[in-house]
Design a binder for this molecule. Structure first.
Ligand code: GLP
Length: 244
């Protein structure tokens, strides 16, 4: 694991954007793994600025997001498809047909299991993920792989932990339905990416970062699985790195 500690969250975003843009420029058919949450929003803004300034093009880029909520369709403002359009896709020259998120609107389990397998197949058919961007949950989750997730897991249905539901409550209006289930890439799916870039900013992430970097490899901290990856890079600000 390579750990890079920068002074500010803004520097973390700039570093991440530069790496995403470098991958897009270097490959003829780049495949990016993307993440939601508040952390990558400023990274996406830097990417948008570069594309709009003509410094990079996403015309040939394919993307796969980590996860999607089950039971809300992709026009719902809290769906991750909506998030990605709002914070990135609508502002760059990517072909929306090349952007993928797990299909999770249905509540039918058989259908969801099929969709999960289709997602795995689509990643393989695209040639695998060149660079996977990750955030980290306060409980050490990556994607929606909550503590106790199998380290060998693949894309599947996952129930969200109470603490994740609580942490993500801020995105939902009072009384609005908040999903308790998600379709998420598994830990093994994530580990198959050629490069991994995890971003963490702010003191709320400090304990999870310590467990990921200095703790044992354990399903209780899914992000600790990155210790097993030869090309995982963590980019932290001073607050997130405070307990290292
Ligand atoms: C969500 C997402 C994760 C994300 C995490 C942290 O639950 N499924 O992919 O990394 O929360 O989010 P934030 O960056 O808002 O702290």
């Amino acid at each position: 694991m390579r750990v890079i500690i920068l002074d500010t969250a803004n520097q973390v975003a700039q570093y991440a954007a530069d790496l995403l843009l470098e991958t897009v420029r270097k490959k003829s058919r780049p495949v990016l793994g993307l993440a939601t949450g508040s952390t990558p929003i400023s990274t996406y803004q830097q990417v948008i600025n570069a594309v709009q300034a003509g410094q990079a093009s996403f015309k040939n880029t394919t993307t796969f997001n980590l996860d999607e909520y089950i039971g809300i369709d992709d026009t719902h403002p809290q769906s991750y498809r909506h998030f990605m359009k709002h914070y990135l896709f609508n502002h760059i020259d990517i072909d929306l047909a090349n952007t993928h998120l797990p299909m999770a609107a249905s509540l039918d389990e058989t259908r969801l299991v099929e969709n999960a397998q289709d997602y795995e197949n689509a990643i393989q058919e695209a040639g695998g993920i060149d660079l996977q961007l990750l955030g980290i949950g306060e409980n050490g989750h990556i994607g929606f792989n909550e503590p106790t997730s199998s380290l060998r897991s693949r894309t599947r249905i996952k129930s969200l932990s109470e603490s994740t539901i609580e942490a993500n409550k801020r995105f939902f209006a009072d009384g609005e339905y908040q999903p308790h289930l998600a379709l998420t890439m598994g830990i093994e799916t994530i580990l198959e990416s050629k490069h991994i870039l995890l971003l963490a900013t702010g003191h709320k992430k400090a304990a999870a970062v310590k467990a990921m970097v200095e703790g044992p490899l354990t399903a209780m901290c899914p992000a600790s699985a990155l210790q097993q990856h030869a090309k995982a890079c963590l980019v932290l600000d001073q607050d997130a790195a405070a307990q290292l």
